[in-house]
Design a protein around this ligand. Structure first.
Ligand code: SAH
Length: 219
């Protein structure tokens, strides 16, 4: 990563890391990733001054980048060791994609809105994260070519877990997905055990809706 970009806003980013630690995020790998990724470059210039607040921010096209504490809790659940292959549904700003690229060995990320994917791809290029492949398309279909994945992270709310995710995750692999209605959901973590999914309820969340073939009709 270009040194100038990495050091910019280092102070505010450090304070965010301290705040997350105080809030109970203990995983040093996750805190280190948040310390490394320049969140301010992943948000539109108009809200850049708020990049290191613990808030969700608009990223255009009616979509939002989640609050850093959500990303942190979300990533902590996966307990990534660094050698995993992960699939992300909903690239959005590309911020979480960059965090994953620090925490895992290969990241595959799907986004359905071309303008968001273009911006995310460009930010990722500028910031120098390299182990990432992008796909423009419907993430409810997964990405069969590189399956199976050790973890699948769905960054938008869905009515149910589509069988595509179950088919594309490894034995013992994890699926993190917000399930509920279009406004409010509960975050679940599923672990694949043979042809069954073990379910763990995590927390109430509010994500934008997942739009695609295996989601709500009429979106
Ligand atoms: N984690 C992202 C959050 C993005 S919001 C970030 O840090 O910025 C959720 C994203 O999911 C939006 O960009 C939305 O366009 C995308 N999305 C919704 N349905 C999708 C689908 N079926 N396939 C791929 N992306 C989808």
């Amino acid at each position: 990563m270009a040194a100038a970009l990495e050091h910019e806003q280092r102070g505010p980013r450090r304070r965010l890391v301290e705040l997350l630690h105080e809030q109970g995020i203990k995983d040093l790998a996750v805190l280190n990733a948040i310390d490394k990724v320049p969140r301010h470059l992943f948000v539109p210039t108009g809200v850049r001054h708020r990049a290191y607040e613990d808030s969700a921010l608009p990223i255009g096209n009616g979509q939002t980048i989640s609050q850093p504490s959500i990303h942190a809790r979300y990533l902590e659940l996966l307990k990534l060791k660094g050698n995993e292959k992960v699939l992300e549904i909903g690239t959005g700003s590309g911020y979480q994609t960059a965090l994953l690229s620090v925490l895992a060995s290969q990241v595959f990320s799907i986004e359905r809105i071309p303008a968001l994917l273009d911006t995310a791809r460009e930010t990722i290029r500028q910031t120098g994260f390299r182990n990432i492949s992008f796909l423009l398309g419907d993430g409810t279909l997964g990405w069969r070519q590189y399956a199976p994945y050790d973890a699948i992270l769905v960054g938008a709310g869905a009515p149910e877990v589509s069988s595509t995710y179950q088919e594309q995750v490894t034995e013992g692999g994890r699926i993190l997905i917000p399930l509920g209605d279009r406004e409010e959901q509960t975050l679940y973590m599923f672990t694949r055990r043979g042809d069954k999914l073990e379910q763990e309820e995590i927390a109430p969340v509010r994500f934008v809706p997942l739009v695609g073939k295996y989601s709500w009709e009429g979106l």
